[in-house]
Design a protein around this ligand. Structure first.
Ligand code: SF4
Ligand code: SF4
Length: 112
């Protein structure tokens, strides 16, 4: 198994998660992060740290598309292990529905 980042990270991108990951397996897109499934050691430390409740174990039902997205983009985006400032409008996006369909960006972030 692995943990995966899901919909509510998009445009919230608090980045609290990267500070606690012992193996630095977060990767940064323009407006969300993903976890590299082969690097994640399933420690679960990041899950309660996410203010957006966006990190889930992939053993929860219905997360196949998120496992695919985390796998695909962790191979394309740069590694991030240092917390940065979240987007200025991040609070307005917390809880907005269907962000993947309407707001996902495939562009990479700047990484560390
Ligand atoms: S803490 Fe949550 S919302 Fe913030 S970047 Fe990590 S997964 Fe995304
Ligand atoms: S579960 Fe542990 S290893 Fe996996 S991303 Fe979270 S903090 Fe990192």
């Amino acid at each position: 198994m692995t943990y995966v980042v899901t919909d509510n990270c998009i445009r919230c991108k608090y980045m609290d998660c990267v500070e606690v990951c012992p193996v630095d397996c977060f990767y940064e897109g323009e407006n969300m992060l993903v976890i590299h499934p082969d690097e994640c050691i399933d420690c679960g430390v990041c899950e309660p740290e996410c203010p957006a409740d966006a990190i889930k174990p992939d053993t929860e039902p219905g997360l196949d598309k998120w496992l695919q997205l985390n796998t695909e983009y962790s191979a394309k985006w740069p590694n991030i292990s240092q917390k940065k400032e979240p987007p200025a409008d991040h609070k307005e996006w917390d809880g907005v529905e269907n962000k993947l369909e309407n707001h996902f960006s495939a562009e990479p972030g700047s990484g560390d």
